[in-house]
Design a protein around this ligand. Structure first.
Ligand code: SF4
Length: 106
């Protein structure tokens, strides 16, 4: 029998990120280092963003931080667990677009 060839439920955000980047957001040790770099333009720290991914909370897809290019640049080398959080953000942006939740400015 051919089991596991079809997915009956949509992938969780954590699964999507893991499949696309190889990073498991559970690797975030919640050290809060990245929270020191939150700007007034951000509504979430990278830490909270990753926790929302872990909880499969769609709120992350419409967060200001996700769609901030400044946050994206910072995220490249911010994580002390050496995750490329910028790559994770790009996957989340793509998923937001797929779900019609894009906040990208035209
Ligand atoms: S720096 Fe990395 S490990 Fe630390 S809280 Fe932020 S995302 Fe998590």
């Amino acid at each position: 029998m051919s089991e596991g060839t079809e997915r009956s439920e949509p992938a969780s955000l954590r699964q999507l990120v893991r499949e696309a980047t190889g990073y498991d957001v559970r690797r975030c040790g919640r050290c809060s280092y990245c929270t020191h770099f939150v700007t007034p333009d951000d509504d979430l720290s990278l830490e909270i963003m990753l926790q929302l991914v872990l909880q499969n909370d769609e709120e992350v897809l419409t967060s200001k931080t996700l769609w901030s290019d400044a946050a994206l640049r910072r995220a490249q080398q911010m994580c002390v667990s050496t995750m490329d959080v910028a790559a994770i953000m790009l996957v989340l942006r793509e998923e937001a677009q797929r779900r019609g939740l894009s906040k990208e400015e035209g």
